[in-house]
Design a protein around this ligand. Structure first.
Ligand code: SF4
Length: 173
């Protein structure tokens, strides 16, 4: 409602105030912006990475949520997508890449291997989940998970970042 010029009407003023002004904190505004422009870093050492690539193609279209800007360097990203089996030889590489992502940062473990080692959990050469190396925020189960499940995991992370009061988000680092 337009406030009448020249005359002060408290009711009109309050209605205009309620409809047009949002009071929030800088922290919440930043969380909202971050949750809508996540820049993923793809760490895909095994077959789950194929499903992640499918999630990003035209059929499933992750771009509609603003997640399509995958970077080749972790320094320009804020969410690490771990999709595949982490061998013990690759564990140090995965940790180093995670450390290179600037704060705040988040991690999604995609598939059984990234969650717990999956079918290779008993192997002498496989790390039993990404969370043995660094904190993980969202787990997407499956061997492999379908693109819809991966999309849901990213949307879940978006909601967690945007609503830290209903889902405790770890701020790494
Ligand atoms: S969870 Fe299954 S599909 Fe994914 S990397 Fe492991 S073996 Fe491959």
């Amino acid at each position: 409602m337009e406030v009448t010029r020249g005359r002060y009407n408290p009711n009109e003023f309050h209605e205009a105030f309620e409809n047009n002004i949002i009071i929030t904190t800088i922290e919440k505004a930043l969380d909202f912006c971050r949750s809508r422009s996540l820049h993923p870093f793809l760490f895909g050492p095994a077959c789950c990475a194929m499903e992640l690539m499918q999630a990003m193609n035209g059929r499933y279209d992750l771009a509609r949520y603003g997640f399509e800007a995958v970077r080749a360097t972790p320094r320009q990203t804020d969410v690490m997508l771990v999709a595949g089996t982490i061998t013990n030889k690759m564990a140090a590489v995965a940790k180093r890449l995670y450390d290179q992502i600037p704060d705040p940062k988040w991690v999604i473990a995609i598939g059984s291997c990234a969650i717990s080692g999956g079918p290779f959990a008993d192997s002498y050469c496989v790390t039993q989940g990404a969370d043995k190396l660094f904190p993980v925020d969202v787990y997407v189960p499956g061997c492999p998970p379908r693109p819809e499940a991966i999309t849901r995991g990213l949307l879940q992370l978006r909601d967690m970042i945007n609503n830290p009061e209903i889902a405790k988000v770890k701020r790494h680092g």
